[in-house]
Design a protein around this ligand. Sequence first.
Ligand code: FMN
Length: 195
Amino acid sequence: MDNKLVIVIGSVRDGRFGPVVASWFADQAAAHGGFDVEVVDLADVDLPLALPAASPKYAGDDYPRPAGMAPLTSALEGADAVVLVTPEYNHSYPASLKAAVDWHFTQWAAKPVAFVSYGGAAGGRHAVLHLENVLTELHAVTVRDGLAFPNYFTAWRDGRPLDPAAPGYAKTLLDQLAWWAGALRTARASSPYPA
Ligand SMILES: Cc1cc2nc3c(=O)[nH]c(=O)nc-3n(C[C@H](O)[C@H](O)[C@H](O)COP(=O)(O)O)c2cc1C
């Protein structure tokens, strides 16, 4: 059975570029052959900023999430690997992505998470540095090699990056992600992660 890869579109603003990046990367992931791929668009998810009183860390399966969050929660629950597609907002990642992270806990634990970022000169790397820090707190395993697209407004055309090396970089990321997905799936099945 292939590993299940969930690709999350992190930006939700009007006129966003995120779905273009996510769609191209989903094609690369499908062509890679090591994953069953699902794309979750946070614009379709009910993501209130106000969290319940209890922390999801201790609340378990009956954590009171809105019904409109269920597609995200079940996708993360069943994921063997996650790719977060993120822009850079004020040297960090969007509030929508932080809400998606914070409404969950066990769903991230002992899972590999990789990053595809885009932005101005830094290609979204400031956002990724923050995400790496946050996801470590949730016991996720962040993958070193990511994809970063600087100055995406001139570096993409017709839904794909102009850099001919980009598919190769995507394959490197996906190879590493597949290795971690298989290793951690086996480990989770053999004994519960002690989070
Ligand atoms: C609130 C806001 C803050 C931004 N801050 C940065 C930034 O710090 N660095 C950067 O490279 N781009 C920044 N940008 C530009 C974004 O990279 C660009 O708008 C990109 O299209 C955002 O992704 P999205 O279209 O998927 O929302 C910012 C954009 C917004 C809306």
